[in-house]
Ligand binder design. Structure first.
Ligand code: BG6
Length: 282
């Protein structure tokens, strides 16, 4: 593990394991790269991403916490929560067999306690880098009262061509289309020919992203996660985002490991919850 300066002068941990390498910005504990040795990048980053204070990175694995999307009551609160904008502490880095394991920690501060989510908590994020990439977000309630939160590991996966990409594993599951509302289950894998923004609740199944243009398959196995979000902004939304190149939407898809909306997590004082995901490539 090398600690250094990344883009925009931000602190970054560069990880070189036997079977894979990765890069994690301390701001947001944001995985911005994972490349299995001898393979091509699995995690997508926008060429237009900003690396500036108060702005999340575009691409990688944003950690959405403690809410997902716009805050339900506070319009001034940042989209997808404060965790992706906060500086996490690198608490641990060690070898585990062929893998390298890093643990990042975020706790409440005066600013978070004054925010729209005024709770005492500890979040521990474990990143295991090797031939596979494993991510685990463990949240503990350090408050004297119950608390609730939403969370997402909002992973941007690299694909050769979104128009030749399929996401399987969600067949038979109803979903909410964030553009049009509740939708019945489909019997086919998700395919993309327009803006796609879907929330699947009570969705615990593994998913596979098949990149037909290259034959690469990325398998996503998860635990402690009851929701899945699938997102591609397509042409107009990509054009409307300053930190997203106009033509970059063809090269990515977000398949997000989450607990959102009715699947939000409620913790009694002292209790914890762990959500984890493992990516493998074939
Ligand atoms: C997705 C949401 O998870 O994140 C989309 O479903 C949203 O609606 C996207 O546009 C990106 O969000 P942001 O805040 O990073 O631009």
């Amino acid at each position: 593990v090398e600690l250094g300066m990344g883009q925009g002068g931000l602190a970054v941990a560069r990880v070189f394991a036997r079977a894979g390498s990765a890069e994690i910005y301390l701001r947001g504990a944001h995985v911005s790269a994972w490349v299995p040795t001898g393979g091509s990048p699995v995690i997508w980053m926008s060429e237009q991403s900003e690396y500036a204070p108060g702005v999340p990175l575009r691409g990688g694995v944003p950690i959405c916490f403690p809410w997902f999307g716009a805050h339900p009551t506070d319009a001034t609160a940042p989209s997808h929560g404060f965790a992706r904008l906060a500086d996490w502490r690198l608490a641990e880095a060690r070898e585990a067999g062929d893998d390298v394991v890093l643990v990042f920690v975020l706790t409440d501060t005066e600013a978070t306690r004054a925010s729209a989510w005024p709770h005492r908590f500890e979040a521990r994020y474990t990143v295991t880098v090797g031939a596979q990439l494993a991510l685990s977000l463990q949240v503990t309630n350090l408050d004297t009262a119950q608390l609730s939160y939403e969370e997402a590991l909002h992973t941007y996966l690299a694909v050769a061509d979104i128009r030749q990409t399929e996401v399987s594993g969600l067949e038979g599951a109803p979903f909410t289309d964030r553009l049009t509302g509740p939708r019945p289950a489909e019997s086919e894998p998700v395919r993309f020919d327009a803006e796609t923004d879907r929330i699947y609740l009570n969705s615990t199944a593994a998913t596979t992203v098949t990149d037909t243009a290259t034959g690469r398959q990325i398998t996503i196995m998860k635990q402690g996660s009851a929701s899945t979000v699938v997102w591609n902004p397509w042409i107009d939304k990509a054009a409307a985002m300053a930190d997203f190149g106009d033509n970059e939407y063809t090269g990515m898809v977000c398949v997000e490991t989450c607990n959102v909306r009715d699947n939000a997590i409620t913790l009694a004082p002292g209790a914890g919850h762990e959500m984890s995901v493992r990516y493998s490539v074939a």
